[in-house]
Design a protein around this ligand. Structure first.
Ligand SMILES: [Zn+2]
Length: 381
């Protein structure tokens, strides 16, 4: 029912099929849903065959969910975007696509393809029903024969596919309808502003769905919580990407910093930490190589070797460096994947600045505030 851009395969999921090069997997928690259905049916009917019919119905329904996700995945593939896997969760299916198309028209088609599959399934079932003159099931029938007759099974499957199509088209970003909304907004405003607005609408929808779920369905409550967090996460990631695209390492870096040398004593680093704002230092050894001295390593060295120790006698990790023209998204990725809190910035192989994770976060906060002002005053810069 919902899609998300995930780069990692979900934990606790088990692959059971492969269609068009896409792994189809089921999450372990899916067993909870089957157990819950079996229990609910058993409590109302006390009939083993009704339980089996209920489970068969749920499995058929989830086959429709897989087809829905394949609708997204194959449309995305048409635009050159791969999907690694489709995972079934109790709240629906999640297609792990590499990304969503940047072009709003393409995103709209990818988003709409899923619900259209459900509409197509409903039409096929409807045609089958009318060609075979299958009468609607008797609503007063024995409840132990919930999906016992082919008529009951088919009519239920038809209506639930229509419900799936309608539900997914609700403008609750990042659900399909919300993605259509975002794409429509993105045709009139900047992509990241469209995402932020769609995510806000999505979160408001999530609140409404949560209260509806409170009265009608615990699964709806779960879905609304998922929508709330997924909308927040996607909007945050989009804002971050946008902010990063606007700056270069030259703007993000601290150009006034103290460079230590291998021959310096640890005491110098401690003095500078107290006298300046700098907490982590680049250290240049006599052979020209650059190393990083983090505050954590500084305190550990102070405990074990005292403040008179020379920096070159400590086993300092090399300082990871980026070029002054490197895209900021890549720089952030590198800072996040190393244990050091700083990264050096080089211009023609010469160290000219350092970037701290905190510098990047500051930039993003400034950018967010600037966007909020622009939204509020209705200006476009
Ligand atoms: Zn979908």
């Amino acid at each position: 029912m919902t899609d998300r851009n995930t780069s990692v395969t979900m934990k606790w999921s088990f692959r059971f099929a492969r269609v068009a090069g896409i792994d189809i997997a089921v999450h372990a928690t899916f067993a909870l849903l089957l157990g819950w259905i079996a229990l609910t049916v058993w409590r109302t009917t006390q009939s083993g065959s009704a339980v089996l019919q209920g489970l068969a119905f749920v499995l058929t329904l989830f086959a429709c969910v897989v087809l829905h996700e394949l609708g997204h995945a194959l449309t995305a593939r048409h635009f050159g975007i791969r999907t690694r896997s489709i995972t079934l969760l109790p709240i629906g299916g999640v297609a792990a696509m590499e990304k969503m198309p940047e072009d709003p028209k393409q995103e709209m088609l990818v988003a709409i393809a899923g619900p259209m599959v459900n509409v197509a399934i409903a039409i096929v079932i409807g045609l089958w029903i009318s060609l075979n003159n299958i009468a609607p099931p008797d609503v007063n029938a024995d409840t132990s024969q919930l999906f016992g007759s082919p008529a009951a099974f088919l009519y239920s499957l038809l209506s639930i596919n229509l419900i799936l199509a309608i539900f997914n088209m609700l403008p609750a970003f990042p659900m399909d309808g919300g993605r259509v909304l975002r794409a429509a907004l993105a045709m009139r405003m900047e992509h990241h502003l469209a995402t932020i607005r769609a995510a806000k609408i999505g979160q408001s929808m999530a609140v409404v769905l949560f209260f509806l779920g409170f009265f009608y369905s615990p699964i709806l409550m779960l879905i609304s919580v998922f929508i709330w967090f997924a909308a927040g996460a996607e909007s945050g990631a989009e804002q971050l990407r946008h902010s990063l695209n606007r700056v270069s390492p030259r703007q993000a870096m601290i150009s006034r910093f103290d460079l230590l040398h291998g021959g310096d004593m640890l005491q110098r680093a401690l003095d500078l930490t107290l006298q300046t704002d700098q907490k982590n230092f680049p250290v240049q050894f006599a052979d020209g190589s650059l190393h990083a001295l983090s505050q954590k390593d500084m305190l550990a060295a102070l405990r074990s070797d005292g403040e008179q120790v020379r920096l070159h006698s400590l086993s300092l990790p090399p300082l990871e460096c980026c070029d002054i023209h490197e895209p900021m998204e890549q720089v952030l990725d590198r800072i996040q994947h190393q244990s050091n809190p700083i990264i050096g910035v080089t211009d023609e192989a010469k160290l000219c600045g350092v970037i701290h994770l905190e510098n990047i976060m500051e930039l993003v906060r400034i950018d967010e505030a600037r966007d909020a002002w622009r939204e509020g005053s209705g200006r476009t810069l």
